[in-house]
Design a binder for this molecule. Structure first.
Ligand code: LLP
Length: 437
């Protein structure tokens, strides 16, 4: 997929770059991002919205993969940006991302984060709960500012995805729930605050979703809620933000929706609700994360040791694992993989790809058909662009890999491999622990 292909040397090539050369040049594990594919996905969303004739914003949910180069790319493609912490906001600002297109999310923003967002002049805050509404208003008042807010509402929609990544159901840590009346109460409060400008509502029902019905039902509920807010409280929402969640294909059997249809379903639900209304059609915003960067990402590993338990299993170990991709261990996520240096070799045996962390659960792929692997072979795991680097850790004090963007035969480092010094930089040896000379 994307720009990946097998080249004349029988090796995996991405963005016109030979992956074995990339492994030699930058070392492994290595994240590779297919820049052209990210741009293509961005344009698909924007094109789909253009066709609807609605006003819109496509905000990249930066949590999926937040580094300065990605923020630049998002800015170049005309995307907006969803951030959820001071760290993501700072990354965007340092990358020169236009602040007015940044939306600040999160269920527990600190006063410092709110102040930082206001000072930066971001486009809006997505307010999550009553405590935050008070905080936003108070901090805005202190600064003599009026801040734009969306209210995150929980529409009570259940979708079939991993329970850790569903968010739309009533019992969620996020948002004002519709059922109990909290959402309408929030509209009333927000609309009455002198230092808040209520922009509209937001809803996000979960991630890696393949069901159009979930998206449609959520959009209908949110649109209906907007009508009710107008009828009951005379509050008009200029913006409806339908969140992210568009699922991608990791393995055979995954059945992603079509972007164009997805956008049409969301916008139609909103158009229908507002068709007869005497006030302007709201802008529709969405927040794709995974679907912009997920399948653009690959991870290259060097194969090391192997262990066979005859008749039971064969483990092939790589030089990374759960420290650079926690998703298989955390969500039971699945990936495909191939030998990048022998891409034409036929699969011969079924193996389990094990990571190098001291933890039994550190397995990246089960039942993978591979040619007989040798130490030094390069394993390329696909679809690791979203929530892999972003969720990476130093578990076992394994250093985080480098990230490289590839396009048109050019490879550029966008995140350096973590050095030993960097990893140790925040360790402190108190005086009483110091070795006496
Ligand atoms: N908007 C909001 C408010 C969100 O909470 C999220 C994801 C998104 C947008 C983007 O969703 P996406 O388009 O990427 O599905 N770590 C998990 C996924 C967690 C998603 C959290 N929120 C994973 O690796 O599967």
């Amino acid at each position: 997929h994307g720009t990946s292909r097998i080249n004349e040397a029988g090796r995996l090539e991405i963005g016109g770059c030979d992956t074995v050369e990339l492994a030699n040049r930058f070392g492994t594990p290595l994240y590779i991002m297919d820049e052209a594919l990210i741009r293509q996905k961005s344009r698909e969303y924007i094109e789909a919205f253009r066709k609807t004739g609605m006003r819109f914003q496509v905000a990249y949910a930066s949590k999926a993969f937040c580094v300065m180069a990605m923020c630049r790319l998002a800015a170049e493609e005309g995307l907006s940006l969803d951030v959820v912490s001071d760290g993501e906001l700072l990354t965007a600002m340092r990358a020169g991302f236009p602040p007015e297109r940044i939306h600040f999310h999160g269920n527990n923003k600190s006063p410092d984060e709110i102040a930082m967002g206001i000072d930066a002049g971001i486009g809006c805050f997505v307010a999550d709960n009553f405590v935050e509404l008070e905080m936003l208003d108070a901090i805005a008042a202190e600064k003599g500012a009026v801040v734009k807010v969306l209210l995150r509402i929980t529409p009570g929609i259940e979708v079939h995805t991993h329970e850790f990544i569903t968010t739309g159901q009533e019992d969620s840590k996020f948002g004002f729930d519709l059922g109990s009346g909290a959402a309408m109460k929030a509209v009333e409060i927000a609309a009455g605050k002198a230092n808040l400008e209520l922009l509209g509502v937001h809803s996000h029902i979960g991630s890696q979703i393949f069901e159009m019905e979930g998206f449609r039902a959520a959009a209908e509920k949110v649109a209906k809620f907007a009508s009710e807010a107008r009828d009951k409280l005379n509050v008009v929402f200029p913006v409806i933000n339908m969140g992210g969640g568009f699922g991608i294909r990791y393995v055979e059997g995954d059945t992603p929706l079509q972007v164009e249809e997805y956008v049409r379903v969301l916008t139609d639900a909103i158009k229908n609700e507002f068709a007869s209304a005497q006030y302007p059609m709201p802008e529709v915003w969405i927040e794709p994360g995974r679907s912009l960067v997920g399948d653009a990402g690959w991870t290259l590993y060097t194969i090391g040791t192997q262990k066979e338990i005859p008749g039971v299993n064969k483990y092939v170990a790589v030089d990374g694992g759960m420290s650079d991709n926690i998703r298989p261990a955390l969500y039971g996520a699945q990936h495909e993989a191939m030998l990048a240096n022998r891409a034409n070799d036929l699969p011969e045996e079924k193996v389990t790809i094990a990571g190098k962390a001291c933890e039994s659960g550190d397995k990246l792929i089960f039942d993978l058909m591979l040619p007989k692997a040798q130490p030094g072979d390069i394993l390329a795991v696909s679809c690791t662009g979203a929530y892999s680097f972003a969720m990476s850790s130093n578990y076992n004090r394994i250093r985080r890999p480098a990230v490289v963007f590839v396009a048109d035969g050019q490879a550029d480092l966008v995140v350096k491999r973590e050095s030993h010094d960097h990893m140790l930089a925040n360790d402190v040896l108190p005086e009483r622990f110091q070795v006496k000379g």
